[in-house]
Structure formats: structure tokens, C-alpha cells
Write a protein that binds this ligand. Structure first.
Ligand code: FE2
Length: 493
């Protein structure tokens, strides 16, 4: 039996396929096929690709939440009620492509928990899920372990129900500064470095009854009053929101440490993408795992994991469309040596929001000119620094990693750069970098960094996602060709 997981109907639709032996065969995002950023719906391209892994096999389809449970919450909150049937959410044509089989449903937060725990290296864990909202739960803490037969078991220890949500608080602040909620939270996080958290106390006392229990005074799902901090500078709002968010996360982590059985932390939900807040996790747990795609976009994997039931053999996040052929190490080095930026589209596409080397725009990070050059292509706000990608064994020469983080293989945490003057392009305003460490795993990006280090003595490259402005990351070679033409910049495969 094979297990197909799907998440769709809200934002960032995706599909995953797990084999009968727990091998993760495929995981991808609908947006990379439809070219609609954050596409909430599945599309023919991703369904066809996912189904190609289950030809001639028996399979089950699993969905990442329970529509009827969500409908109860919507009814209680006086909101429009969504479809009660998954087949209606997916659509008849795509259901037919999936063989019109019954679709199993799972509780949203349990799906997050499974996406984390069953891909983690742990045999037991305390699982924390923090997102905007599932069906009812907005925060949950679980004990997770494997039974004698190897099946994952979950026991919910504590939860916080709608509308008491850390994710919705952060989204409301994202909206307050004029950004798109449920989309541009990462920009708010980047803006925090430019402001002072001078409204944090006011924010906490005006919006929360009790920080310890995450009790909100108002339902922030419907937004904030227009008068809320109406004279405040956006950067100060961002810095204040980040502090309040971190305080709330720390309260939850303290509770998890107190009530959870295991000293291993598995952390999931969209809030786990806050790499600034993640620097604090090591204060509470020594061993941590955040699946590289911990938000709803990654929950198709959680649904498939619950269908399979046992530990999934996690290797890396390269799980999407395959651009075949060896990693183009020589070609990339040739371009970099000419002081040029170069795109790479090689191997399987990343599952998750970060380009980790297979769909990346790379550059020499040394010196002060490169930032402007990359910005010519990316044209993005100064709040968003470019990230360093570094040979893992050299990370401590260049960065002070936060407590508890020995590595950062999926760009999930910030680290202070030891030499910000030498590498201004990869250092944020507050002196930190969103670092990615690459272990000795024989991957293409590892081979490239080793060759670059041999040639230059520098174990690091600047890495940003390879995407045409306004579009999702490049998926296949035809996207790469369009990129080349538009920007007159080489993309090697
Ligand atoms: Fe979620």
C-alpha cells in the first residue's frame, strides 16, 4: 500500500507520496506547477507527477484536516462555512485523476505533529504545534512515541483553541504594517531588526488577557482596530510584534518542557518558520527537529505519514520535480570565478519555502558590491538579506550559532556573523544571518561548496531562491530557460 497525502483549500496546496516501506517518494507544492504563488488549490501538474509514483500500486489518499470540524468552528465564529467534503475542495477532475478513491481525513494539528515526529530522528518526542489555526486548535502540545509494532502514537497534553492564536496575532501585525497576512509574515520578521520594541508592553497588555496562557482579548482573525498604534512606526511595530511573539513561544516551550515526557523537541506549524524566534528553543530543549516545511504547505507529508503510521525514512528536502543529470559543479565555478551570479536548477526541487541549493541563485559572498548586483535581479526590500550557504564543519569560524543549534541544514535559525564587514551581502541589519550548513552528504551542493573552497579558501556562497519576480521558485528546465531569457543570466543544470 502507498500513501498519498494532500493539503489544499486554504493556502499553499501540496502533495506527498510515501511508499509501503516508509520511503518518501515525492513531496511538492502546487504553486511550482501552476505558477500561482501560494496556490491554495491542487493542479493537474502536481497531481499527475504525484500519481506517477503509485502506478500499478494500491494506494490510499489522506487529507490534512477535517472539514466538518473546521465548519463547526466557522459556524460558531459566524464565518462563512466552507465545503464539508474533501472531494468538493479538491474538485471532480482532480479527484478522477486520483482514481476517485475514498479520502481519509485527519485532525489538522495531529497532521502537523506527524509531519514533524515521523520524519524526526527521535524514538520519542514532546511535540509542539503553533500555527494560525487548525480546525479548533491554534497551539497544541503532544507526547509522541512508537509502540512495540513501530506505529507512531500521539497523546495530546494541552491545547489552546481558536481564537487564542500566536500565528493570528503575528498575521494581524503583518496586516497592520500593510503586508499580506498569511503570506508576508517573513517580511515582518525581517523588518524587526530595523525597529525598537517600544510598543511590546502595550501590545501585550492591550491584546492579551494573559500571556502565560495565550488568552487574547479580541479575535484577531477579523483584523485589528484601525486605531491600534496608529502613530507608530512600522519598523517599531515589527520589532514589538517579534518580542511579543517570542515571549508567547517561550511560554509555550516552558509548558511543553514541564508537561512533556521526552526531552526531544519536535516543533511544527507555520510559526516554526520564525527563524529569529527559533534561536531561543535551545534554552528549553537540547535536541530539536523542525521538518523543513513545518507550515500547512508541508502538511501533505503529515497526512501521508498518518496514513503510513510508522517512521518515515527522512534523508533530505530534495523531494520534488527532478531535473536529471549530475550537479553542474564545474559550470557554476566557472561563472562564479568571472564574478558573475549563476543560477542552478539541478536534481530534485526543494520541499519547503527555502532554496537549499537545487533551485538557487548563487554568488561569491565576499566584498561589498555583490549585494547590489543580486538586488538588481531580485529587487527585494532591504528587510530581506541574502543567506549564506556554508560547509558545515566551517560554520563556527564564521558564525556564532545559538544555544542548542549545532547545525542549520534547512535555514531554520539565525546566527551572528563573526565577520560582518567582510561579508555584508549575507548579514542582516542586526548582524545576523539565516545560515544554511551543508553536511558531508555527497549532495551536489556539497560537492560545489567543496570545489569552491578548494579554489578560493572561502567555504561559503551567497544563496537566494531562483525565481522570476512574482513567481514561485523555478521548478523545471522550462522555468529555468524563461529565467535565463528574462534576466540574461545563466542557469546551469
Ligand atoms: Fe496549520
Amino acid at each position: 500500500m502507498m500513501y498519498i497525502g494532500i493539503s489544499c483549500g486554504f493556502h499553499d496546496a501540496g502533495m506527498s507520496v510515501v511508499s509501503d516501506t516508509g520511503k518518501l517518494l515525492f513531496a511538492g507544492h502546487s504553486e511550482r506547477y501552476s505558477k500561482q504563488k501560494h496556490d491554495a488549490n491542487l493542479c493537474e501538474g502536481i497531481v499527475k507527477e504525484a500519481m506517477s509514483y503509485v502506478i500499478n500500486s494500491n494506494y490510499e489518499v489522506h487529507y490534512y484536516e477535517k472539514p466538518w470540524l473546521k465548519a463547526i468552528r466557522q459556524f460558531r465564529a459566524g464565518q462563512p462555512i466552507g465545503p464539508l467534503s474533501v472531494k468538493k475542495i479538491v474538485g471532480p477532475e482532480l479527484c478522477e485523476l486520483m482514481g476517485d478513491v475514498p479520502i481519509h481525513t485527519h485532525v489538522h494539528h495531529k497532521t502537523h505533529a506527524a509531519a514533524g515526529f515521523q520524519t524526526s530522528p527521535f524514538e520519542d518526542a514532546t511535540v509542539v504545534v503553533i500555527d494560525a489555526i487548525g480546525e479548533m486548535d491554534c497551539i497544541s502540545i503532544w507526547d509522541a512515541w512508537y509502540d512495540d509494532k513501530g506505529y507512531a502514537r500521539y497523546k495530546k497534553l494541552w491545547s489552546k483553541k481558536y481564537p487564542n492564536s500566536i500565528g493570528m496575532f503575528y498575521s494581524a501585525m503583518t496586516q497592520r504594517v500593510g503586508l499580506r497576512p498569511m503570506d508576508e509574515e517573513y517580511i515582518l520578521m525581517g523588518m524587526a531588526a530595523y525597529g525598537k520594541p517600544k510598543y511590546a508592553q502595550r501590545m501585550a497588555s492591550q491584546l492579551f488577557d494573559n500571556l502565560e496562557n495565550v488568552d487574547l482579548r479580541h479575535n484577531l482573525h477579523i483584523g485589528l482596530e484601525e486605531s491600534f498604534l496608529d502613530k507608530a512606526d512600522d519598523m517599531d511595530i515589527a520589532a514589538s510584534a517579534q518580542i511579543v511573539c517570542e515571549t508567547l513561544i517561550e511560554k509555550v516551550m516552558m509548558r511543553a518542557k514541564r508537561i512533556g515526557r521526552s526531552s526531544n523537541l519536535v516543533y511544527g506549524g507555520g510559526v516554526a518558520l520564525n527563524c529569529l524566534a527559533n534561536r531561543l528553543l535551545g534554552k528549553y530543549f537540547h535536541d530539536m527537529w523542525i521538518m523543513p516545511n513545518p507550515g500547512d504547505a508541508g502538511n501533505s507529508l503529515g497526512a501521508a505519514a498518518l496514513g503510513y503510521g510508522k517512521k518515515i525514512h527522512w534523508q533530505n528536502a530534495f523531494l520534488g520535480t527532478n531535473i536529471k543529470g549530475p550537479y553542474p559543479v564545474k559550470e557554476v565555478i566557472k561563472e562564479l570565478t568571472k564574478k558573475k551570479m549563476v543560477g542552478v536548477a539541478s536534481g530534485r526541487a526543494e520541499f519547503g519555502p527555502r532554496a537549499l541549493g537545487n533551485r538557487s541563485l548563487l554568488a561569491d559572498p565576499r566584498g561589498s558590491e555583490i549585494k547590489d548586483k543580486v538586488n538588481e535581479i531580485k529587487r527585494r526590500q532591504k528587510f530581506r538579506p541574502f543567506a549564506p550557504i556554508i560547509l558545515e564543519e566551517h560554520v563556527h569560524e564564521y558564525f556564532n550559532m545559538p544555544r542548542g543549534w549545532r547545525d542549520s541544514r534547512y535555514m531554520q535559525v539565525i546566527a551572528t556573523c563573526k565577520h560582518p564587514d567582510l561579508y555584508p551581502a549575507i548579514v542582516h541589519h542586526d548582524g545576523t544571518s539565516r545560515v544554511q550548513t551543508v553536511p558531508k552528504d555527497g549532495s551536489g551542493i556539497r560537492q560545489l561548496l567543496e570545489a569552491w573552497y578548494d579554489k578560493t579558501g572561502c567555504p561559503m556562497l551567497l544563496n537566494t531562491s531562483l525565481n522570476i519576480r512574482g513567481e514561485p521558485m523555478v521548478n523545471d528546465r522550462s522555468d529555468a530557460d524563461r529565467f535565463e531569457k528574462l534576466y540574461n543570466l545563466k542557469v546551469v543544470s
